[in-house]
Design a protein around this ligand. Structure first.
Ligand code: ADP
Ligand code: MG
Length: 727
């Protein structure tokens, strides 16, 4: 018989690391070489054109069409000098990935001639045939056309032979069909609202941005082993597979030595990222075996998100060269940690003021407490909506499991900030905030340590970490725009309310700073229930959270209702970020995606069980039966009984698991057939959640039990211990 396991594992083990070298020794020499950045602009654009484009990027000024023509000409020359032959509008449809359609720079002319052409018009706007992207009914009810339009605040870049131009993607009537459009609007809304608050502090001229630093977690799996797992190939996660005897119990993978083949992958990835100006900074092993993390230095949120999406596709490409497959799924393996993408989010000014950082003076600290209180109030009022931005078919496996944030949104502030707020509640005056403290270890050769003003709480989904909030519930495969756009929007709405309340106090005679202080106190008082510094996994917290009025829903299809509550619609309308129609369409898209993902998983598991696992189980069972028959022929009855007892028991247990698995598969197939004929809307999504998802678990239980009984040599799929420990 073919020895499946040996050949596959041997092939994987035999791989040598691919060694890569950077184009130059010093990163700074080639950093951003494939980006149409300021250095490139200086070479390819006139000073006048440059000034207009900087104005657009920094202040959001609208770009003149004439200037766009100059930019397009310069961009084309730069791209062609760098080997590009094609260009594409690069956009972010609601599928979660990115999309591009390449066009050649070359235009045929008469008499068989051709010339390179790229005008401002082509740079500004295109109409891709986009009828297959999810629109949540937007294009059915109105017009089938979709338009992409240039986002000058994110620089163009070259991948391979193609100039990629970041764009928004909207319908004929201007409704958002993508992630970028509402993100840009939310950034404009929150920066405007924050400016309104800074006016109280005499800082109304500052240019403000929302900032994001993401931490991307991922798994690497040997490509050959991956290809032998149809579930990984088709669903990005293992739908079956028994625990490996050793997984992460020893906690010996976190921050451990990076294996050489993985390190080479990481280096190669970093080189490619630097060429695209992605400021990656940190790399390390994560908690689970074969799990890793890469994180950049934070940037303006819009750019950070483009960079994250670019990096995710780079990861896939670079992994290919190293014989790996990257798994970005939130929970590729049951029983061990899943992957998140912590979103470190803050507001700050271009001059370097962190609006979520404590300062040195009373006034700076009041500004800090004011933005903190407003953020907490916004999160408290919209905790269900915030959850809706992170909960989906894939991240549902992670939220609430043991390593990840729980499915209840609460905030951890740390000791110093909690104390500051407590003092504020108890007094009418401004409070002091303790800064970094010196701390001596008592070892003469080691200088005093500076201890941060927040401790850490790994279980909090929305934790304050010194100068930013870290939203940890975001999933590893997500486009961060979903949650960041909502954070910006709810904060903008809350800041506008706050501003009005302060103005009211001021017109009643209260001095401005006192009015801000009093309103900050009231704001915090109204939302202190969102603060929780304890263990987010405990059952007591679940009960307590319910009492505090926090959303405890765990079903993704149900939580999507949050997109169209009366309050959500009002918030999005008042801030101008999305209309009711757009919100409704988003919800429809999310239900549709949920149904599709579950339907694919159901079909793959049904196929794997019926065509891969059960036939092997029967074959092994027949071998056992053959053996028992042989024993019976050769040995006297009493002896036979003793000798065959355990085998007969095994035969029976295999039989039981086969029958149960098969019975569930039949049920699952029937369910799937029925659901596939229904519209992919709320009702269907809820049925997938309530009926199909638990059925997948039941089948898995029996299949995993078979895995433990059947001859290892015969098992048709790479096992957890191979997927997780070969690198
Ligand atoms: P940890 O794992 O300790 O949370 P990392 O260094 O892996 O920290 O990631 C922290 C991320 O937060 C980095 O991307 C960092 O640039 C980013 N960050 C730091 N300060 C801010 C800030 N004010 N606003 C947004 N992001 C920030
Ligand atoms: Mg972190």
């Amino acid at each position: 018989m073919q020895n499946f396991r040996f050949t596959v594992v041997d092939k994987a083990n035999a791989k040598m690391p691919v060694v890569t070298t950077a184009p130059e020794k010093e990163t700074s020499k080639y950093y951003g070489c494939n980006v149409f950045n300021r250095a490139a602009m200086r070479k390819y654009l006139s000073e006048e054109t440059r000034r207009s484009i900087y104005e657009t990027v920094e202040r959001g000024a609208t770009l003149d069409k004439e200037v766009a023509n100059h930019v397009a000409e310069g961009m084309k020359r730069w791209a062609m000098d760098h080997g590009a032959t094609h260009y594409t509008h690069w956009f972010q449809p609601l599928t979660g990935g990115t999309a591009e359609k390449h066009d050649s720079f070359t235009d045929p002319r008469r008499h068989g001639e051709a010339m390179e052409n790229f005008s401002g018009k082509l740079l500004f706007q295109q109409e891709p045939d986009a009828s297959s992207f999810p629109s949540g009914g937007l294009r059915n009810t109105f017009e089938a056309r979709g338009y992409t339009a240039w986002d000058p605040s994110s620089p163009a870049f070259i991948i391979g032979d193609t100039l990629c131009i970041p764009t928004v993607f909207v319908s004929y009537n201007g409704e958002a069909l993508d992630y970028k459009t509402p993100l840009l609007k939310s950034d404009a809304a929150v920066t405007k609202a924050a400016k309104g608050i800074l006016e109280f502090f005499g800082e109304g001229d500052e240019v403000i941005h929302s900032y994001l630093g993401w931490e991307q977690e991922y798994f690497l799996v040997d490509k050959d082993l991956y290809m032998d797992r149809p579930d990984l190939v088709l669903t990005d996660r293992t739908l079956l597979g028994h625990d490996s005897a050793r997984n992460q119990q020893l906690d010996d993978h976190y921050f451990a030595d990076i294996p050489p083949r993985v390190l080479n992958f990481m280096r190669d990835l970093e080189i490619e990222a630097y060429k695209l100006g992605i400021p990656v900074k940190t790399r390390h092993n994560e908690v689970a075996p074969n799990q890793f993390e890469i994180a950049p230095v934070y940037e303006a949120a819009n750019l950070a998100i483009d960079h994250n999406l670019l990096l995710m596709s780079l990861m896939k490409n670079v992994a290919e060269r190293h014989g790996f497959e990257v798994l970005l799924h939130e929970k590729p393996f049951a029983g061990i940690n899943g992957s998140g993408k912590h979103c470190n989010w803050s507001l700050g000014t271009e001059s370097g003021i962190g609006l979520m950082s404590p300062g040195k003076t009373d006034e700076e600290n009041l500004r800090f407490l004011c933005f903190m209180a407003n953020t907490l109030k916004a999160v408290y009022d919209n905790n269900g909506l915030l959850k809706a931005t992170v909960l989906n078919a894939t991240n549902a496996h992670r939220l609430g499991a043991n390593e990840a944030p729980p499915a209840i949104i609460s905030s951890f502030l740390g000791k110093q900030v909690t104390e500051a707020f407590e003092k504020l509640l108890a007094s009418k005056d401004m409070v002091k905030i303790s800064g970094k403290k010196g701390y001596s270890l008592g070892i003469p050769q080691i200088p005093e340590l500076l201890v941060d003003n927040t401790d850490r709480n790994r279980t909090s989904p929305f934790a304050f970490t010194g100068n930013r909030f870290e939203f940890r519930a975001v999933g590893s495969s997500a486009n961060c725009s979903g949650p960041i756009m909502v954070l910006n929007t709810i904060l903008a709405y809350q800041l506008n309310i706050f501003k009005k309340a302060v103005e009211k106090r001021v017109s009643a005679g209260t001095p401005v700073m006192q009015a801000v202080l009093d309103e900050t106190r009231e704001t915090f008082k109204a939302c202190k229930n969102i603060c929780f510094d304890g263990n987010g996994y405990s059952d007591e917290w679940k009960a307590e959270a319910k009492k505090r009025g926090l959303d405890c829903e765990t079903s993704a299809p149900v939580i999507y209702d949050q997109y169209t509550t009366k309050e959500t619609i009002k918030i999005f309308k008042d801030t101008g970020v999305m209309t009711k129609v757009e919100l409704e369409s988003r919800k429809e898209v999310y239900w549709e995606i949920y149904c599709k993902k579950l339907a694919i998983e159901a079909r793959v598991l049904s196929d794997l069980t019926t065509n891969h696992v059960i036939p092997v189980a029967i074959r092994y069972q027949s071998m056992l039966l053959q053996n028992v028959k042989g024993l019976k022929e050769l040995y006297p009855a009493a002896e036979f009984k003793k000798m065959a007892a355990s085998q007969m028991n095994l035969i029976k247990r295999i039989s039981d698991d086969i029958s149960s698995a098969e019975a569930y598969v039949i049920k699952l197939d029937k369910m799937e057939e029925k659901l596939s004929k229904m519209d992919e809307d709320r009702k269907t999504a809820v049925m997938y959640h309530d009926d199909v998802a638990p059925m997948l678990e039941k089948i898995r239980e029996h299949v995993d039990s078979l895995e433990m009984m059947i001859d290892d040599q015969m098992w048709p799929l790479p096992k957890y211990r191979e997927l997780l420990f070969i690198h």
